[in-house]
Design a protein around this ligand. Sequence first.
Ligand code: PGA
Ligand code: ZN
Length: 430
Amino acid sequence: MSSRQITDIKAREILDCRGWPTVQADVYVGGQLCGRADVPAGRSTGAHEAHVLTDGDPKRYRGLGVKKAVANVCGPIRDALLGMDAAAQRKIDFTMIELDGTANKSKLGANAILGVSLAVARAGAACAGVPLYQYLNPCSHVLPVPLMNFLNGGKLTANDLEIQEFIIMPVGAENYAHALQMTTEINECLRGLVIDKYGILATNTGDEGGFATPMRGIWEPFEFLQRAVEKAGYKSGFGEDVVYALDCAATHWHDKTTGLYTLDGKQYERDALIDLYRQVAGKYPLGSMEDPLDEEDFDGFAKVVKVLPETQIVGDDLFVTNVDRLRIGVRRGAANAMLFKVNQIGSLSQAFDAAEFAYRNGYGVQVSERSGETEDALISDLVVTLNSGQIKTGMPIRGERTSKHNRLLQIEGELGSVATYAGHAFRRPR
Ligand code: PGA
Ligand code: ZN
């Protein structure tokens, strides 16, 4: 019997940071618990994401229980994987994908498959006796620039701001620890500015930890960010301390019937919206912009790339970490980076395939949290594994977000002198 043979797999229903049920999976090797992982959940989801299997029983959690997915882990998935080598990640992932047999994992549930896929990776690392990032890539060394989500809107809050995330990227930090320090200093200045104008209630936070204020439109949030940066003693600009970024999540304020986008009470045709983005990028250093347009508008995403040559254009709902959608994007020149969310596709191997395809085609990869997270910090290891140079994991407040930032601090310490902070080179780290 190989010393890495899987001897048991268990799962349970746990809660994410919104109090909604999700799957936690355990993988045993040689009778010992060796790998455990939690499955995150989105709220501002793309239409083409893999299927999250919920129970639909209105008597429990208003239908959102995941006991069926848990039963699939403890039943058919366990039966198929017992005795397999915990280091055979790809073989294990594709065994589960074949067992499911559907294109979007709707039979067993992407939440069931992903939980096991991630727990297997942890078990493999434990057997090898090395940290997960090192197990998955012995050349891991790049600490990412965090995309700090200072002001929340869209589906992540209960305010009237359509654009979901107004972000500061501390590209000029010396290292990850310094990036966190800069973030907190700027956030404290922003808090004061928000209180001055809108009162203390406006400092309540959204799902990803940014203030959920009554600000409107696109200009006012940028003015606040800029003033907070200056008040904290930093400079914005390419080559300076910070640049800005957005997740527009525009699918969610786009009307599929009229084709119009409604922002702060005004309606925009696609080209008028792109022109607004051009004006913003002319005034503020916009390092990165995610989902500027509707998730089906590949040609529009190609246009944004041309109009904003200095800004990284990221596809989240557009690509859903799916190599087939990324292939269409590459062919049509849509976006130039992919958001990497493991649960959008539902297995580690397929998410890595998408990242690999992105890199081969000159696209960047931005690893991301979901708005519904647990304290599991696995994506911190993944971003270093991919040497991707950029991570979106919320403001460093509340356990489900600080766990990721604190894990990156640990990794930075473990890597010591070989750690490289991506900094200004976040799109193409060295
Ligand atoms: P989600 O939001 O996790 O709810 O999808 C985050 C995002 O859109 O990037
Ligand atoms: Zn997004």
